[in-house]
Design a protein around this ligand. Structure first.
Ligand SMILES: Nc1ncnc2c1ncn2[C@@H]1O[C@H](COP(=O)(O)OP(=O)(O)OP(=O)(O)O)[C@@H](O)[C@H]1O
Ligand SMILES: [Mg+2]
Length: 263
């Protein structure tokens, strides 16, 4: 498949990225570009590499081959020596760049021993160095945004799954990420709690210019929020397009089959 081009500078670019686990090739020479402010949803069968893409952007995994760029700069790699030859990025290079990326997972992974407020202030205080008042003010704004202003003293174990996930969203936003990664953030929730989390994400999408890369099986949400859908199959993009096109008139039988399986 040809490299997808997007106008202007790119927020994210995967340049022939291959990721192997042992002898299993999960991403196979993947080319992918996301424009600043773009909302892209990844769909595709289990095991097709969607989470791996997000984990590479969180620097939780390393590429086997190829280069990941963020903001037009190498991200998986860094220039080294007089010739600027690319070598795998070290921690010092990665630390400031990783802060621009936030992620919300399927399992909320809140700190169970900390209050809701402390969950949201923890990283801004310890990673960004905000003082306690500044971090608390930022956290309270965000808890308001996710509809949990009255829960700041609660412990996560006392909250519903939907409320916990909304705290996790506030926690990610507290770092003011430029790129937000969402990995099946509603799939661990009881059905009646899904809508409240998706509504919060709709507000985030409408109220910010954060670039969003989202994995979801919630196609109504994907249709509302996404500029573009990418259908993955075996570590490659099988087809891509605006949600209306991909969901209503997919080109590939594999995409039709996948969409039938999740509806
Ligand atoms: N740390 C790891 N070690 C070994 N194999 C892994 C690791 N992480 C992922 N894999 C394998 O890579 C493949 C792709 O995994 P990935 O989690 O990216 O898929 P996915 O598209 O997110 O699937 P799902 O829809 O089930 O979440 C799977 O076969 C998985 O078993
Ligand atoms: Mg996954």
């Amino acid at each position: 498949m040809p490299i997808e081009t997007v106008p202007g500078p790119e927020k994210v670019r995967f340049d022939r990225v291959t990721k192997r686990f042992g002898d299993q090739t999960v991403l196979d020479g993947l080319d992918l570009a996301v424009a600043p402010g773009e909302r892209v949803t990844l769909i595709g069968p289990s095991g097709s590499g969607k989470t791996t893409i997000l984990r590479l952007l969180m620097t939780l995994e390393r590429v086997t081959d190829g280069v990941v760029h963020v903001d037009g700069e190498p991200f998986s790699h860094m220039p080294s020596g007089p010739g600027g030859k690319l070598v795998p990025a070290d921690e010092r290079y990665l630390a400031p760049r990783r802060r621009r990326v936030g992620m919300v997972f399927q399992q909320f992974n809140l700190f169970p021993h900390l209050s809701v407020l402390a969950n949201v202030t923890e990283a801004p205080r310890h990673v960004l160095g905000l003082d306690a008042d500044e971090a608390a003010a930022r956290a309270r704004d965000l808890l308001g945004l996710v509809g949990l202003a009255d829960k700041e003293d609660a412990h996560p174990t006392r909250l519903s799954g939907g409320q916990q996930q909304r705290v996790a969203i506030a926690r990610a936003l507290a770092m003011r990420p430029e790129l937000l990664l969402l990995d099946e953030v509603t799939s661990a929730l009881d059905p009646e709690l899904v809508a409240e989390v998706l509504d919060v994400l709709r507000d985030v999408a409408a109220g910010t210019d954060i670039t969003m890369l989202c994995v979801t099986h919630e196609m109504a949400f994907a249709r509302d929020v996404s500029d573009r859908l990418l259908m993955f199959d075996r570590g490659r993009v099988l087809e891509s397009g605006p949600p209306g096109k991909l969901l209503d008139a997919p080109e590939h039988e594999r995409t039709r089959e996948f969409l039938r399986s999740i509806r």
